[in-house]
Every structure is written in structure tokens, then in C-alpha cells.
Design a protein around this ligand. Sequence first.
Ligand code: ATP
Ligand code: MG
Length: 655
Amino acid sequence: MADETLSNLLHENRRFEPPAELAAHANVKAEAYERAASDREAFWAEAADRLDWGKKWDQVLDWSNPPFAKWFVGGEINASVNCVDRHVEAGRGDKVALHWVGEPADDTRDITYAELKDEVSKAANALTELGVKKGDRVAIYMPMIPETVVTMLACARLGAPHTVVFGGFSSDALASRITDCGAEVVVTSDGGYRRGAPSALKPAVDEAVEKVRAAGEVTVRNVLVVRRTGQDVAWNEGTDVWWHDVVDGASTEHTPEMHDAEHPLYVMYTSGTTGKPKGILHTTGGYLVGTSYTHWSVFDLKPETDVYWCTADVGWVTGHSYMVYGPLANGATQVMYEGTPDAPHKGRWWEIIEKYGVTIFYTAPTAIRTFMKQGADIPAKFDLSSIRLLGSVGESINPEAYMWYREHIGANKAPIVDTWWQTETGQILLSPLPGVTAGKPGSAMRPLPGIVADVVDDDAHSVPDGSGGYLVLKEPWPAMLRTIWGDDQRFIDTYWSRWKGLYFAGDGAKKDDDGDIWLLGRVDDVMNVSGHRLSTTEIESALVSHPKVAEAAVVGAADDMTGQAVCAFVILRDNAGDGGADIVSELRNHVAKEIGAIAKPRQIMVVPELPKTRSGKIMRRLLKDVAEGRDVGDVTTLADSSVMDLIKAREEATA
Ligand code: ATP
Ligand code: MG
């Protein structure tokens, strides 16, 4: 039936073959797909052999009690040993692990693997002194400074699961996460730098600790405070401890214990784009196998020569999997940057790439579209010729954003890996392989070797090529979430109840005529216009393909005639001025031409900003409130809550 699957409207024919040189030396070749398909468990066992184990596993996968998976059963491993000690023992201690770049210019630190090992050992000893034992949870509320990575690895070393809470979140968000996972120790700093000024963190921790105490379920015993900005802080005697008092003088000797492969590594709360955050539990062995293997294969990492940079904040899963655990387990040299892309000037990221000779760069479409809006002359001022591979994560990359990224950052030669995954999946599941796949702008292409995914219809039948449906995972994978912290039933209900035996990701997708997969946006956001199910992503991509448009968000608003109607919000490029008097009809016609009259927006609003979560995802539910003339709902997870006022004001002015 026409209304049961997503209409498949947008056509894109460009393709980019892998550069010959890269393909010839790629870490992973096409044969990996067949090898993984013929024996998936043997394939993952081989990936696990890339790591150092204290005790080898007896069984690769125990799936006897789905959806509760156990990977590398009986194996023992320490994530911190794999991320630091083993590189030092292999004689690579002098290699730089982190080129840390503070936001204030010239505030930089290069940290070798040997230094990182010492710092992690000291922090592990200090946390032990503070009474942290294996199994205890530690909350981390920090800026992007080296101590954040050190703390995570020290926790992993002790087997004390961490929960990193994004430093931009409020004290309420922090308090609810501390309570939910029962953390008795919080690690924070006085503040961090944000757009040229010190921005405090400790006051939010003080408030959160007070809220947690008032609620009476959990007692925060200690708050460990890094001095970063030197700003004044309130001090709670008996609870607060300075990092430099307990860590700096601690011993650099720390003998790590090996942990069971299924020992909890961390709890990460999802972004909350769609509702109440869920505490996603990741465990040690499978997670480290999944992240290190995909980091090595998808980014074609050559640890001896590459300089890798993932711009994600450590408060998101991308910062965990592809800044901390994956790259460090692989012995990569990487950049870690404290600040925002536009401080002190709009070319800051490109300046950093030039300075450190970054070869692999991984960022989000929202950032790319912001750079598109500002214009290509900004990156053009810097030497980006070191770049050999680009990555994208977080949302679908619109084909025009992909082309811009390829041309202006990748010099028309670096392949782009569009990586689809989630907090829950822990590791990248769908992506081109840079030495194998001919990439298509806007498509995440195929499941990686060892991953079994499909697009299905309402009855869980695989859809034929050329049609749309729901993205599902058909077999377990090593870094998959094990449960929602403290709530097995919610884990089952959220991900495993729609169809028996299938993991439902919540995203719509289509297969093109070649069987390649395109993500079409969240199933909750799909619009139904006169019986046609339309994808937000496709219409947004059509709008972004207009030369005057930098960003677009599309929602379905109730409509008497058609059930729902398409409403679009667009941000124009800086060089387009106000777009001209006919901009709205111009864009409506453009969508009709690109994908068909059915997708033509009923209404288009030119806005200065879009509401985004702090990880940069568009919050369409707030725009739907505007489009349907309601009061705007909960804005607490917005990066900038004044954005909604700007949009409302614009609406009233044009109404
Ligand atoms: P919540 O689940 O709390 O609403 P969230 O889904 O925004 O939050 P994340 O786990 O950070 O939290 O995001 C995963 C989602 O991001 C995916 O389900 C998908 O919708 C989107 N996504 C990530 N990467 C891609 C990609 N390459 N292409 C398309 N969509 C992507
Ligand atoms: Mg999600």
C-alpha cells in the first residue's frame, strides 16, 4: 500500500570512486564483507585479537537470552591498558596521543602515550584514595581538557563506570543523571573557556549536589575539581577536593586489574532529541572491539602517519567512541580542541588543521552547513592539503553539504564517510569503506562487515530496492547497548518490541536501485501528505540544494485538506542577503522541480537560526509547535533557547 512505506522521491546520481592510492593501501578491502558474512563470529573474534586481553574468551557471542547479549564470554580485559599501557610497552611511549588545543590562542599541550599512562595511573590512585571501587559510578562534568580523558580512562582502569554529562547541561540535568546512576563522586573543573571568556562549571555541580542531597536517594561523597580557569569557586569542606592536591602528587605506578568482558564501562544518556534521556549501558570487551575495529576500518587509520581529529564533545557518544576509546585503543595521534569553531575567529578549525597537519577529520553536518552559510572564502585562507579523509555523523548529510565539504575541505579528492550509528549502537554500523565504496552524496551506503541491517516494511518484510521503510538490525553486534541502566523493561520496550527479534532504530530509510541505504529522518518525524509518507531529510536536502539556502528544517503540520502539510524553515546563505521578494515562491518551485509537486511546502519561513540540541541536531518538535500555532514545548535541551523567540518574532512579523 502506498501509505505504508516512505515515498522515495529524491534522485541523486553522483558517485565518487575511492582514490586509487587509498584503495591500494586500505586497511580493509572488499573481501572483508564476504569473510564476515561467511562466519560473523570468527570475523569479530579476529577484530578482538587486535586488542590485548588478560584472559581470552571462551565464547564469542552468547545470544541465548535475547535481547540481552554477552560478547567475548569469559574473556578479561582492561580498556585503559589497551588505550595507553600497551602502546608504551610496545615502544611507542614517545608518540603524541593528544595534541590538546585550548581555546585561548597558544594554550596548547602535547601529551605522549607515556605521559598519558602516568596521568591515568595517578588519577586511578587518587580516585582509589577517595574510596572509588570497582563497580562504583563516577559522574564527569568537564570541559574539553586532557583531565577529562584522563578521568575516563582512570575510571575504566578501576572498573568504575563513568557517566559523562555534557558541560553545557544545567544542574537539573546533571542532578537527574547523578541520581539515576547513583554516582557518589563527581569530577569537574572550576570552568572552561567558551568564546573567549571563562565559563563556570562548578556552581552547577554545587547546585546539582544539593538537589541530589535534597532528593535523598544518593549522597555525593566527593567532588574532585580541576583548576582550569582560576575563577573563584565556592568550596564545600569535606566534599570538595582539588585535583592538584590529590592527583598531582599521586604515584605513577598503578597495577591494573583485568575486568570481565561484560563489566560495565560507562553509562551515556542519549541526547534527548525525542524525549526523556535514556541511560545507555555499554560494557567493556565488545565495546572496545567494536569501536577500535570501526575506527581503524572506516577511517583507514594509519597510526604511524595519520593525525586524526574528531570535533565531537566528549559529552556525546561520538566523543566516547571516536575520540577516547576507539582512537586511543588504536594508538592514534589526535587533536582535542576545547573551544567553539568561531573563537577567536571563524577560521579557527582550519587553522588547527593547518598547524597540526590533520589527515582525517570527523565532524557533523550541522557544522558543515554553518560553514556553508559563512562562505568558502574562510577555509580557503588555510592550507588544508594534509586532509586525506573526511567523516560525517549525527544527521543525514544533505547532498549539497556533502559536495561543499568534499570541494572546500577535501580538495575534491578526500573520500567522505557518512557514518550512521547511535548512542545505543556504540559503534558505527552503516558507512562507506573509504578504500572500497564508491560514495554517493547523502547515502550512508551499506552495513559494515559483520553488521546485518535491513530496511523493512510494517510487517518486518525486507523492502525491495527502490523503496522505503524502517531501518533495523537483524543480528547483535559487539558494541551494542546491553540495557538501559536500571530499566531492562524500557530497553525491551523501546528497541525490541516492534518486531520480534529485530532491533528497531527509530529511523526511516530507503534502499536505492542499487540497494544502497539512505537515512530519511526519524520515523516520528515522517509526514503524511494526502496519503504519501514523505521524508523530512529529502525535502530538506532539496531546499539545501538551492544556491541561496544554507540550512533547512521541515515538519508536517495538521492540514484540513491534506491531513498534514509540509512546513519549512530555512536559513539563507550570508551572500544571499534577504533572498529577494520572491524567495518563498522560488523555493517552493525549486522543491517541486527537485522532488515533485506533492512535496511542495505549504509554507516557508526564512529564519535566522534553527532550534538545535547541544549536539547540533534540529529539534523538529518545537518547529511543529510553531507551524501548528501552539505554545512552544520544553526547550531545556536546546543549545540556545532564545532561538525560539527569534523564530516566533519572525513569524508574527510575516503573519
Ligand atoms: P534521543 O534518542 O534521546 O532522541 P538522539 O537520537 O538524538 O537522542 P543520538 O544517539 O546522539 O541521540 O543520535 C542518533 C541518531 O542520530 C540516529 O538515530 C539518527 O536519527 C541520527 N544519525 C546519526 N548519524 C546519522 C547519519 N550518518 N545519517 C542520518 N542520521 C544519523
Ligand atoms: Mg535516538
